[in-house]
Design a protein around this ligand. Structure first.
Ligand SMILES: *[C@@H]1O[C@H](CO)[C@@H](O)[C@H](O)[C@H]1NC(C)=O
Ligand SMILES: *[C@@H]1O[C@H](CO)[C@@H](O)[C@H](O)[C@H]1NC(C)=O
Ligand SMILES: *[C@@H]1O[C@H](CO)[C@@H](O)[C@H](O)[C@H]1NC(C)=O
Ligand SMILES: *[C@@H]1O[C@H](CO)[C@@H](O)[C@H](O)[C@H]1NC(C)=O
Length: 335
């Protein structure tokens, strides 16, 4: 019912300013100061085997009385233990903790899409909660979100000298995005960066893309709510208009204004999309309409992984230690 309310509210057709009030509440869930129980969240494996969690949840995200640890000797004090799916696959389920207090929440954490998440069927009945980009997760953490501004502000677009950019590292001829690119490039020049194209140093992604008018925010697979840093960081942070390939337009519109992006499904063919992009290239006022929303919102790119861990405390405070067992993780995540 909570998730349903979220959907309905976010789907408000006018995309009123207030549409984001809910997502803000959802992420910041208001707390009664002083009255909150101190919570400990244990991260069982450092995601991808690297040490990246050093979150001061209060300073970074205004989430107080939430301490993160990777010290397994503290397992029994932890209200929640997080398990990153990729590491779970590598380590095996026999590396899960042996002790399990009935009140302790085991949280399955995954930010890959179902197409790139194996072994789900073996995890039936193991976890209590889920954390993912899906809105209906117990701990919903999107790759990014818009924060409403108190005061509308003026902005200037970065200088745009180039047309279309695409950064891709995992090139796979069977991916819809690569097939679409092969057609689109017949009608329009596209600068491809990454393993299959121009060199791009990690720290210059945003700087490089800022010179472009458009960015191909093409997801590696198409699933509900699966909208990644390709949109939030590569396109939005760079002030390039995203041309998206992912879930349907209506799904994007739960998270971002309808006039902030171009969806490939808006056009019957890649050729027609190319014609439209070339039209926008020549027509400044029409192009600028894709930035009107910037007056009212700031783009927030979610910080991996400290923000994710801190959000668990928010979730516990919002819904309590809701009893639950994920009896069928695969069916849920693949639906
Ligand atoms: C931090 O959270 C408290 C409630 O927990 C809220 O009253 C306050 O406005 C928040 N501060 C910021 C900067 O968001
Ligand atoms: C881990 O936690 C235990 C129990 O609180 C403590 O004795 C130990 O010093 C901690 N280890 C590290 C590396 O912080
Ligand atoms: C831009 O497009 C609009 C709408 O199609 C049109 O009315 C206007 O004349 C165009 N401006 C230029 C400079 O082409
Ligand atoms: C968590 O899941 C385990 C295993 O299915 C179950 O025994 C336990 O009662 C659950 N705890 C909560 C708080 O939901």
């Amino acid at each position: 019912p909570k998730e349903q309310a979220f959907f309905n509210f976010m789907a408000a057709p006018a995309f009123a300013l207030s549409s984001f009030t809910l997502i803000k509440k959802f992420l910041n869930s208001s707390l009664r100061r002083g009255a909150e129980e101190a919570l400990t969240v244990l991260l069982w494996w450092e995601p991808f085997g690297r040490s990246r969690v050093s979150g001061d949840c209060h300073r970074r995200f205004n989430i107080s009385a939430c301490s993160l640890t990777t010290n397994r000797s503290r397992q029994l004090e932890a209200q929640a233990v997080l398990f990153h799916h990729r590491d779970l696959l590598l380590q095996g389920t026999n590396q899960l903790p042996r002790l399990r207090a009935p009140e302790q929440l085991w949280v399955w954490m995954n930010f890959e899409s179902p197409s790139h998440s194996q072994g789900l069927r073996e995890l039936a009945g193991v976890f209590n909660w889920t954390m993912s980009y899906r809105v209906d997760s117990d701990v919903f953490v999107p790759y990014g979100y818009l924060q409403p501004r108190r005061d509308p502000h003026l902005f200037t677009l970065p200088k745009k000298s180039k047309l279309v950019a695409w950064v891709i590292s995992n090139w796979n001829e069977r991916h819809t995005r690569v097939q679409y690119y092969h057609q689109l490039k017949n009608y329009l020049p596209i600068d491809v960066y990454g393993a299959h194209g121009l060199e791009l140093k990690d720290d210059s992604v945003v700087k490089t893309i800022s010179k472009y008018k458009f960015y191909l925010a093409f997801e590696n697979s198409q699933h509900p709510d699966y909208i990644t840093e390709k949109l939030w960081r590569n396109a939005f942070t760079s002030w390039a208009v995203p041309v998206v390939l992912g879930p349907p337009r209506s799904n994007y519109e739960l998270f971002i204004p309808s006039n902030s992006f171009i969806h490939i499904d808006d056009f019957p063919s890649p050729m027609q999309l190319a014609v439209y992009l070339k039209f926008l290239d020549k027509n400044k006022s029409q192009y600028k309409r894709y930035f009107a929303w910037r007056k009212h919102y700031d783009v927030h790119v979610t910080s991996f992984w400290d923000e994710h861990c801190c959000r668990v405390c928010n979730a516990i405070r919002t819904v309590g230690k809701r009893r639950k067992v994920m009896e069928n993780l695969a069916n849920w995540f693949e639906s």
